[in-house]
Unconditional design. Structure first.
Length: 316
């Protein structure tokens, strides 16, 4: 069974108080781009009188650096960005993700896949389809069976095969971004059936973030625009799993001199939080990127005073 969806429009905001989160991957210390996302999400939570949570997205264990999680927490605290509940680590939540996968299995919308990236690229090339640089390949449905059925739960323990969700035809998702306005994506044409569990047994970001946002009752997701293209997939999973949809606000990215997004892969330098003066300087740079104006710039301003002024200046 596949959930028949043509268009999913944004429902009313989830009931209850505001709950936001910052969810960095511990592949290195915070850099200017990640501080922009942290500050924006923190300010939005504080402006709305809500809670701000910290989640460490350490699912991709081969890429994670053991000491990075603690370093990120220390950097946030040095910038005055404190969180309101216990820190969650995704690497400790595999049972929750497996339950969600088994729930989808019960809906008969999963299938196993043995395609490598090279196999997918070759198939697309044979069809005359070129994938632009830095864009994901649209899965051509090579391993998708004609008839979908419920799989044995034991099969999820088998490695060397990924698990994909089978999308309905013309799966068109629409949502309203609080910063960018109306958004839409045809998942069937622009993404294809996407992976929820990798062939090495690791759960994917798409499934984990949806499960975590639901279980932590996140009402507002404030993050960088690099994650905008993931939103439709997450909304679709929320719909299938019966989760409430949070509001989304995507922030402008910090780019390097080559126009590339700052990241560990592009050797972005970590923010300097060795003392309060340095931390405040980093916060001021992040606020400028977010378009905040008329903030105190005196030498004797404390981080707490500056953050209070930034909270008043924040507009969703």
């Amino acid at each position: 069974m596949i959930l028949a969806v043509s268009k999913l429009k944004n429902p009313s905001s989830p009931a209850g108080g505001y709950r936001g989160r910052f969810a960095p991957s511990p592949t290195g210390p915070l850099h200017a781009g990640s501080l922009v996302a942290a500050l924006g999400s923190w300010l939005d939570a504080r402006k709305n009188g809500g809670k701000w949570l910290l989640r460490i997205e350490d699912l991709d264990t081969p890429r994670c650096i053991p000491e990075a999680s603690q370093q990120i927490q220390s950097q946030l605290l040095a910038c005055g960005l404190s969180w309101d509940e216990e820190v969650i680590h995704q690497s400790q939540r595999n049972e929750a993700y497996l339950r969600a996968l088994e729930r989808l299995n019960g809906l008969e919308c999963l299938y196993s896949c043995t395609c490598s990236r090279q196999m997918i690229a070759n198939t697309l090339a044979s069809l005359g389809i070129e994938t632009p640089r830095n864009q994901e390949m649209v899965y051509p449905g090579t391993c998708r069976p004609t008839n979908l059925s419920r799989k044995s739960p034991e099969s999820f323990g088998e490695l060397q095969q990924a698990w994909r969700i089978a999308l309905p035809s013309n799966c068109h998702i629409e949502f309203e971004d609080l910063a960018l306005g109306p958004q839409s994506q045809n998942l069937s044409e622009e993404v294809g059936d996407f992976v929820l569990r990798r062939s090495d047994g690791l759960f994917t970001y798409q499934l984990a973030v949806v499960v975590d946002d639901a279980e932590q009752k996140i009402t507002h997701v404030v993050r960088g625009q690099d994650l905008l293209s993931n939103t439709a997939r997450q909304i679709y999973l929320q719909e299938v799993l019966g989760y409430k949809r949070p509001e989304y606000l995507h922030l402008p990215l910090v780019l390097d001199e080559h126009g590339e997004k700052l990241s560990k892969q592009t050797l972005a330098t970590q923010i300097n939080t060795q003392d309060e003066k340095c931390s405040l300087m980093e916060l001021r740079k992040a606020a400028k990127h977010l378009g905040l104006k008329n903030l105190p710039d005196g030498e004797n301003v404390t981080i707490a005073e500056w953050l209070l002024a930034a909270t008043h200046a924040w507009r969703s």
